[in-house]
Design a protein around this ligand. Structure first.
Ligand code: ATP
Ligand code: MG
Length: 333
């Protein structure tokens, strides 16, 4: 292995949004020359809470790949890998299941939060409950050193590290203990003011949204509920409009001035949002334009996915041969 590896990914439950950008995509773009990078389009994981609508996955795999290209991930350097097309991942997941206790899963804070949020009315699927284990297989089959993720994924990386330690101690030193790399913003709130922008909550501004859509989403954003009139002193902290200003508006003097006037009750929400829209639209326009261009070349995008998956699978097969040998189940039958 010459360069160290990155593995991270996204669930193809929809196109990618601003949260993905600041939480993970930005780091991936920054590190794509330095690290050998594999990006997993995690359709098997998406099925764990979308198994009743598998027909959406194929189109969303394509959407995620378009977002990767649009933000500047270079397919010459970065491999896009479709999870279900690497069946070795399933095998490793099964072996890992023996190394994790139910109690450990029970304690996983992200899992707990997501189970509550997703409100599985027909009962909690075992597949969903065990996704941290399959995610550990995703990361370790690629022997990744670094995993650029948002804050919600930290417990998953911790779980992966524990599995690697157990595996290497019990069998042989085959696997690499991965480290998480948090984004510039570890958890971007949603437009509804909720704790996390998330595809399944629907509180997102997507990287491919048109100018009109971005404007609409910004104008309907949650602000300070205690403020009735523009002359009321407002709260800046915990106000997602200002959080987004801090992240996406490069004109820091303007942001400080708006905050100051907002606190004093000397500016209306509409003006603050107009300025945010302008900043966001400037940020998103080049991404949107590239996205439209790549969307007109579906055959080329498909080839990138097929080729990336082929390369990714070859790595997975090599690791699995080592795993089976270490586990003494590489039978000469
Ligand atoms: P879903 O609702 O289907 O789970 P999601 O919006 O949470 O979708 P994922 O595909 O689960 O997106 O996450 C992909 C990566 O993006 C993960 O590393 C995750 O931590 C990061 N990420 C997602 N949302 C945010 C956010 N709001 N802020 C920072 N990082 C985020
Ligand atoms: Mg998620």
């Amino acid at each position: 292995m010459t360069r160290k590896r990155i593995l991270t990914g996204d669930r193809p439950t929809g196109p990618l949004h601003l949260g993905h950008y600041v939480g993970s995509l930005q780091n991936r773009v920054r590190l794509q020359d330095e690290y050998e990078t594999y990006l997993l389009i995690a359709d098997v994981q998406a099925l764990t809470d979308n198994f009743e609508h598998p027909e959406k996955l194929e189109a969303n795999i394509f959407e995620v790949a378009l977002d990767y290209l649009a933000v500047g991930l270079d397919p010459e350097k970065v491999q896009f890998v479709v999870q279900s097309m690497v069946p070795e991942l399933t095998e490793l997941t099964i072996y890992f299941m023996n190394l994790v206790t139910v109690a450990t899963l029970e304690r996983n804070p992200t899992l707990k939060e997501e189970i509550k949020q997703k409100n599985f009315t027909k009962g909690l699927p075992v597949g969903f409950y065990t996704y941290p284990i399959s995610q550990a297989a995703d990361i370790t089959i690629f022997k990744a050193h670094l995993v650029p993720v948002g804050e919600d994924q930290l417990p998953m990386i911790e779980q992966s590290r524990e599995i690697v330690r157990r595996f290497n101690r019990l069998y042989d030193r085959v696997l690499v203990e991965p480290k998480a790399l948090l984004g510039g913003v570890a958890r971007l709130p949603g437009t509804d003011g909720g704790g996390k922008m998330s595809k399944s909550i629907g509180n997102c501004i997507y990287l491919g949204d048109s100018s009109e859509t971005v404007r609409k989403r910004v104008m309907s954003m949650y602000t300070d509920p205690t403020r009735i009139r523009p002359t009321d002193p407002g709260h800046v902290e915990g106000n997602p409009v200002f959080t987004y200003h801090d992240v996406f508006n490069p004109d820091k003097a303007e942001v400080e001035e708006l905050k100051d006037r907002y606190r004093k009750g000397a500016v209306g929400d509409v003006e603050v949002k107009e300025r945010l829209f302008k900043a966001l639209d400037e940020f998103l326009t080049p991404i949107r334009e590239r996205r439209i261009e790549f969307a007109s070349k579906p055959e080329w995008v498909k080839e990138i996915i097929v080729e990336g998956t082929r390369k990714g699978r070859a790595i997975a097969q090599d690791t699995m041969a080592e795993v089976r040998t270490a586990m003494k189940i590489s039978y000469k039958l």
